[in-house]
Design a binder for this molecule. Structure first.
Ligand code: GLC
Length: 468
């Protein structure tokens, strides 16, 4: 299988004059994953971020030819999308999985329906993972789903159409690590791995290849919400920005689809941060999106049955929203093109909760208080506050310190058609919310407090309802 060499010219290169960076977002992004970033000083930044900030919940999909071995090889059962590196398999052997990739059960509308029914508003799918296999019809490499598989089909066309139809933002993951492309020097990949190491590899040519591929993704599939770069640890202690011509990439994206967001794993142009598998412990100064698996793997692993419960997902979503972020939750489809049934089941249960309680998540901003209550989480939206009650305090009272105003209305979102509302009273400068003896939802009983105007909090913190 060969990647085609190509000549430059068809796509825009770096702008001669770059916008002067004024007033860079200064605060460092302190999370466990992803490099620090400063969002480009871009007057359109807030406008671009609007849909993302409202969306809150997205689906991640890791799908590639690694789903053929389905996580198992040579008696070991812990593989997924890192299969080729972990088995140190040469390209000539790994490429054979492409010949077995025939996902005849794939149905883009069904996938998108699962996302939509779960309450997800955007979908990010692997266009090319670290194995270098393009899951779309690229002109720059024959190592792709149309040319190298018996399926001869571009699933991204169907997904783009299905997302458009369902009102879901369509987004692409794109790996900067590549274990297959001949112009990636092995030493830049994770653990120095390449499936066919090439001493003459010219990384600058790889940078052009990447830019051409991303340009294809931005011109062949309609409006793209995000280009979601991922290095997975590649290009680490080197000047990634220069080697990968990251500024030229960013310029090309901005010129081709000005509304497209860029995550923070390219090394330039970051619109938001991407903590991985871990929710930050507190509120963040920057926009962020926590990506997480539903079981223990991103790609399909038939042995992995360590599924998170719907309750965990719902509480994670509330926890992330309390801190001001988004939740990008992963599904790893099979080589037949199906979502694993437990994924569908869990997401269905999350969707049931979202249908009733979605107002407490969509379009919300972080809790106005600095702390995390021990009974649950808090989100805010205009003149409303949402209390996400995970556990009923023993005395049934939630104290909101420094909120000296009685709300005009208080209701459990689950009881919108009736049912006992919580009652509110003032205690000095605090608002007390009295809960009934039993709560409507096991995972998160969301309460909406509606005020005459956006509530103001005067106290620094509440000691009675917070865990430290
Ligand atoms: C990690 C994994 C990679 C996955 C990514 C998603 O970097 O190594 O396989 O795609 O997380 O954020």
């Amino acid at each position: 299988m060969t990647e085609r060499r190509f000549s430059l010219g068809a796509i825009p290169g770096p702008r001669v004059l770059r916008n002067a960076a004024v007033g860079l977002f200064a605060a460092a992004f302190l999370t466990t994953a992803g490099p620090l970033f400063a969002a480009d000083a871009n007057p359109d930044h807030d406008a671009k971020m609007k849909w993302f900030r409202e969306a809150k919940f997205g689906m991640f999909i890791h799908w590639g030819i690694y789903s053929v071995p389905a996580g198992e090889w040579d008696g070991k059962t812990n593989y997924a999308e890192w299969f080729q590196l972990q088995t140190k398999m040469p390209n000539a052997q790994y490429e054979k999985f492409a010949a077995q990739f025939d996902p005849v059960k794939f149905n883009a509308r069904q996938w998108v329906r699962v996302a939509k029914d779960a309450g997800m508003k955007y979908l990010v799918i692997t266009s090319k993972h670290h194995d270098g296999f393009s899951m779309y019809n690229t002109a720059f490499s024959d190592y792709n789903v149309v040319k190298a598989t018996p399926w001869h089909h571009d699933p991204m066309k169907d997904l783009a159409a299905a997302c458009k139809e369902a009102g879901i933002k369509f987004c692409f993951y794109y790996s900067i690590a590549d274990w297959h492309y001949p112009d990636v020097p092995a030493q830049y990949n994770q653990r120095g791995f390449h499936g066919a190491p090439n001493p003459d590899a010219d990384v600058l040519k790889y940078a052009d290849y990447m830019r051409h591929q991303v340009h294809e993704l931005l011109t062949g599939y309609g409006p793209i919400g995000i280009i979601w770069f991922d290095g997975g640890g590649a290009f680490r202690s080197v000047n990634r920005k220069t080697l990968l011509k990251a500024d030229a990439m960013v310029d090309m994206i901005h010129q081709t689809q000005p509304a497209c967001l860029i995550n923070n794993r390219l090394g330039a142009g970051a619109d938001y941060g991407t903590p991985e598998q871990k929710i930050p412990t507190g509120k963040q100064k920057e926009d962020f999106e926590v990506c997480m698996t539903l079981n223990n793997h991103w790609g399909y692993n038939k042995h992995d049955q360590h599924w998170k419960s719907a309750t965990t997902i719902i509480r994670n979503l509330a926890d992330i929203a309390h801190k001001g972020g988004n939740y990008l939750l992963n599904v790893g489809p099979t080589a037949e093109g199906l979502f694993p049934p437990p994924s569908v089941e869990i997401l269905g249960a999350v969707g049931q909760w979202m249908k009733v309680n979605g107002d407490s998540i969509y379009g919300t901003t972080a809790s106005p208080w600095p702390e995390i209550p021990n009974w649950g989480r808090i989100t805010a939206k205009g003149n409303r506050l949402y209390l996400h009650v995970f556990e009923r305090p023993e005395d049934g009272v939630i104290r909101l310190a420094g909120l000296k105003t009685l709300p005009r209305g208080a209701q459990f979102l689950a009881y919108r058609g009736g049912g006992a509302p919580p009652t509110c009273r003032l205690d000095g400068s605090d608002l007390l919310v009295q809960l009934p003896a039993t709560l409507p939802e096991a995972a998160d009983s969301a309460i909406e407090l509606r005020f005459a105007k956006a509530p103001e909090i005067t106290a620094e913190k509440s000691n009675q309802n917070t865990a430290h």
